[in-house]
Design a binder for this molecule. Structure first.
Ligand code: ATP
Ligand code: MG
Length: 577
């Protein structure tokens, strides 16, 4: 109920349209109610009294009533759909906003497919509840109330007979409704599983093919697909049981009516026309009751989706700006990592008591075995995660005391994996600074040594990149990322294996670009290939999240520790090659 009220609260901005829609519905429903009245006049006046004048008017009346009904039916459908679609668009847009705001930690823990499922399937289910069911709810409710009103007007004693089954029907509906909500939850979870598995195996298509795991994937998909079928059938069981139950109750009421009504006509308490009209209303009643019970079930099912969607909207975003957070002034570039301990999952620290100080403009190299925590350090500087203890200071300010936007605007990252968007090369680079002119974009591409390969693309800078930019090579993608960073012109630069996908030849070219880019900025360079960091101002060697050694290339070599070992391995490999 709470979720439904909350969903309805989204309608507020479109109140006027909804009120007009409801008026249309009531008028259209009122037209429906007129029909049994016509039958009564037809029997009592025309057929029994042979009054042809009345018949003429009845015929005209039928056409006019249906014309009016048609006009208002159009109004009702159009307006309700308008309101419903707007509500859904608003909910979807809020969900998207939420997904933009949540911290990266959320994406570590949730499957992409499940997130897609919220925005598509769950919102879709809510759409059904808002639009179709709202129309049914109001139309059928007004027919129900109107019919009962007419029946009371015709004969209240007979109406009482019908009223006997009302509590039974509402009891049954409540029971079924609760069941439908719980089966609805399961249905949405199963669909989310299907979406997740689909998304996973589509994005891992190459891996699947290289291991020839198509059959295996098909089997895995069919498993969740079948579970989804089962969940749906469970729901069908409930809902298809509900209709006959309600109908049987209705039939009992009609039987009672026939019995008592027939007796009343033969003893001249009511006319034959009145009984027929009454019965028509009575039979008509079955429709709204049936539909309302279905609507009720659908709404319960949709509320399971609404609960999930509102759950997402209400969830903790993980990272917030402090209430008194200030805008980060232009960064000069001093970075201090002070006694930082951090873990992605509790009890498994990725970094422990780490200390690193970088002076403005320095080039800092982070070296260490795979999984030692280098990328984690890079994640903490733009505050993608909050430290567990210790602090990260930039120009002496704790990153938690400034707004995330003003901090991240001034930090450029060339990540291990480059994400490209499905738009043109030009727009992809412009992502670094949206207001950059075409000339500035091209200049950045030239500085990143990307211009050359872009000139070879079919439409040059206007070439559309495929989904995830799959039609560029790893090295080309990295140069795109570097061009983005150049365009952003950040005070602090983070290069996480920025040249790892390049061959030695292109690496030299890109390294030149990077060297130029690093001038005058504090840079953190993560590199497996030590040759790229020989001239770093300070090299920090991490292992298992702890600082092992620290110094310049020469100092570390002289020390003969882990750095020397790593160096020797690579140097010998180099010689061997
Ligand atoms: N998003 C995450 N969620 C949970 N654990 C993570 C996450 N990212 C990294 N880790 C863990 O934290 C540790 C440090 O990982 P990190 O990515 O910082 O290593 P790295 O030094 O960059 O390694 P590589 O050289 O292979 O890139 C690893 O044990 C890793 O499993
Ligand atoms: Mg890494």
């Amino acid at each position: 109920m709470n979720s439904y009220l909350r969903l309805l609260s989204y309608i507020k901005p479109y109140k006027l349209r909804l009120i007009s829609a409801i008026l249309c519905m009531i008028i259209a429903a009122g037209c429906n109610l007129y029909l049994p009245w016509i039958i009564k006049d037809m029997i009592d006046d025309v057929l029994l009294n042979k009054d042809m004048e009345t018949m003429k008017w009845i015929c005209i009346g039928v056409v006019v009533v249906f014309l009016i009904r048609g006009v208002f039916y159009f109004g009702q459908t159009y307006l309700v759909s308008y309101v419903g679609q707007r509500v859904i668009v608003d909910v979807r847009s809020q969900l998207f906003k939420k997904f933009q705001r949540v911290s990266p930690a959320y994406y570590d823990k949730h499957q992409t497919g499940a997130i897609m499922s919220y925005v598509t399937n769950d919102v879709g289910a809510m759409q059904a509840a808002v639009i179709d069911n709202l129309v049914d709810l109001i139309t059928e409710a007004s027919i129900l109330v109107g019919s009962i009103g007419m029946m009371i007007y015709l004969n209240w004693q007979l109406t009482l007979i019908i009223m006997v089954v009302v509590p039974m029907v509402s009891f049954a509906m409540k029971k079924f409704g609760r069941k439908q909500k719980s089966t609805g939850t399961v249905i949405q979870e199963r669909i989310s599983d299907v979406t997740s598995r689909l998304q996973e195996s589509v994005s891992a298509a190459r891996v699947v093919k290289s291991f020839v795991r198509e059959e295996y994937e098909i089997k895995r998909f069919d498993e969740v697909n079948y579970l989804s079928f089962r969940a749906n059938m469970k729901n069908v069981q409930v809902s298809s049981f509900m209709n006959p139950t309600v109908e049987t109750l209705a039939a009992m009421a009609v039987a009672g009516l026939l019995w008592v009504g027939g007796y009343m006509v033969t003893s001249d308490v009511i006319t034959a026309g009145e009984l027929v009209a009454f019965l028509t209303y009575g039979v008509n009643l079955a429709n709204p009751v049936k539909r309302l019970s279905r609507v009720y079930g659908n709404i319960q099912k949709a509320m399971a989706s609404a609960d999930r969607v509102f759950g997402v909207l209400d969830m903790d975003e993980g990272l917030y700006n402090k209430e008194n957070a200030v805008v980060m002034p232009p960064i000069k570039g001093k970075v201090e990592i002070k006694d930082v301990t951090f873990s992605y999952t509790e009890g498994e620290p990725a970094l422990e008591h780490l200390n690193i100080t970088a002076e403005p403009g320095q080039m800092i190299a982070l070296v260490g075995p795979s999984g030692s925590g280098k990328s984690t350090i890079a994640n903490l500087l733009p505050r993608f995660y909050d430290v567990d203890s210790g602090a990260i200071l930039i120009d002496g300010m704790d990153v938690r005391d400034v707004t995330m936007a003003s901090l991240r605007e001034q930090i450029g990252i060339v990540p291990q994996e480059t994400m490209l968007f499905s738009t043109t090369v030009m727009e992809n680079i412009r992502y670094g600074r949206l207001e950059a002119t075409d000339e500035e974009v091209i200049a950045a591409a030239k500085a990143a040594n990307a211009d050359e390969f872009i000139q070879d693309l079919p439409d040059k800078y206007n070439t559309e990149l495929g989904e995830r930019g799959l039609n560029l090579s790893g090295g080309q993608r990295q140069r795109m990322a570097i061009a983005r960073a150049i365009l952003k012109n950040p005070a602090i630069l983070i290069l996480d294996e920025a040249t790892s996908a390049l061959d030695t030849e292109s690496e030299k070219i890109v390294q030149e670009a990077l060297d130029k880019l690093m001038v005058g900025r504090t840079s953190f360079v993560i590199a497996h290939r030590l040759s790229t960091i020989f001239n770093a101002d300070q090299i920090f060697v991490v292992e298992d999240g702890r600082l092992k050694e620290h110094g310049t290339h020469d100092e570390l070599l002289a020390r003969g520790g882990l750095y020397k070992t790593l160096y020797d391995i690579q140097f010998r490999q180099g010689e061997g090659a």
